[in-house]
Write a protein that binds this ligand. Structure first.
Ligand code: 5RP
Length: 234
C-alpha cells in the first residue's frame, strides 16, 4: 500500500476510535485499517483514563490489544458488545461487505453481528458497485471437508482455490484450525442468498459475505485539494 493508502487508513481509524465511549465493550476487528484504531484506543486508555473491555476477533487483534494496554476478554465474559470496529475488503452501496482476506471472518462475523453498533473502516479503494468485483469470497472449511466443499463450489459456478500460506509451506490454517477456500464468482447478484447457500454446504464453517450487518461505514478519502477526509455511509 502506498503512502496515500496508509494516510487514509490512519485517518479513518482515528475517527472510529473517537466514537468509543468510556465504560463500553468494544469488538476489536482484524487487519491493517483497524490496527491504528486499536493503537489509538490504547493511547486513550493510557493518557485519558478511558475504560474499555476489548473483544478481539483474532490472535492479531488480541496481541495488538495486549501490546497497547487494552483489557481483553472473550464472549463468555460479556453480555453485550456496544461497538465493533472492523475493516473490509469490499463495500457495496448497501453497506454489504466481503471480509476475510486475513482469514479472520468467522470470529469477526460473530463479534460484529453481536455489536449494537458495527462500524466499518476502509479507504476508498474498497468501495465497489457489486461484491466480488475485486476479491474472492473466503470460505472457512473444516480440513476434513475441503475436497467435497471444493467440488460443490465448482458445481455452483464458482472458481475455488485453497488459500496457501505465505512464509509457511502448505495451506493457511485459521485461528480455529480450519482451512480457507477463496471462491471467485463471475457475478454476485444476490449476496444474501449466496451467503446462506455457502453456509449451508456441509463442512463450511463461515463465509466472508457480511450482508445487512454494518450500521456505519467510515471511508478514508481525499478532498479536491488532496486533504485526507472521512466520508460516512450511514
Ligand atoms: C480480516 C478482515 C479484514 O478486516 C479485511 O481483510 C480488511 O483488512 P485491511 O484493513 O488490512 O485491508 O476481514 O479477516
Amino acid at each position: 500500500m502506498d503512502d496515500r493508502g496508509e494516510r487514509l487508513k490512519e485517518r479513518v481509524a482515528l475517527e472510529a476510535a473517537k466514537m468509543v465511549r468510556n465504560g463500553t465493550i468494544v469488538g476489536l476487528g482484524t487487519g491493517s485499517t483497524v490496527a491504528p484504531a486499536i493503537a489509538e484506543l490504547g493511547r486513550r486508555v493510557r493518557e485519558e483514563g478511558l475504560k474499555i473491555i476489548g473483544i478481539p476477533t483474532s490472535y492479531q487483534a488480541a496481541m495488538l490489544a495486549q501490546a497497547n494496554g487494552i483489557t481483553a476478554r472473550t464472549l463468555d465474559d460479556v453480555s453485550k458488545i456496544d461497538i465493533a470496529i472492523d475493516g473490509a475488503d469490499e463495500v457495496d452501496p448497501d453497506k454489504n461487505l466481503i471480509k476475510g482476506r486475513g482469514a479472520a471472518h468467522t470470529r469477526e462475523k460473530i463479534v460484529d453481528s453481536w455489536a449494537e453498533l458495527f462500524v466499518v473502516v476502509v479507504d476508498d479503494s474498497k468501495l465497489v458497485e457489486h461484491l466480488g468485483e475485486k476479491f474472492p469470497v473466503p470460505v472457512e472449511v473444516l480440513p476434513f471437508a475441503v475436497h467435497p466443499v471444493t467440488k460443490t463450489l465448482q458445481a455452483m459456478g464458482g472458481d475455488p482455490e485453497l488459500r496457501m500460506g505465505v512464509k509457511k509451506d502448505g495451506p493457511v490454517i485459521t485461528d480455529q484450525g480450519n482451512m480457507i477456500i477463496d471462491v471467485r464468482f463471475a457475478e454476485i447478484k444476490d449476496p444474501k442468498a449466496l451467503e446462506a447457500r455457502l453456509n449451508n454446504i456441509p463442512g463450511v464453517v463461515e463465509n466472508g459475505l457480511f450482508v445487512g450487518l454494518a450500521h456505519l461505514v467510515l471511508v478514508g478519502t481525499a478532498d479536491e485539494g488532496g486533504k485526507s477526509i472521512v466520508r460516512r455511509i450511514d
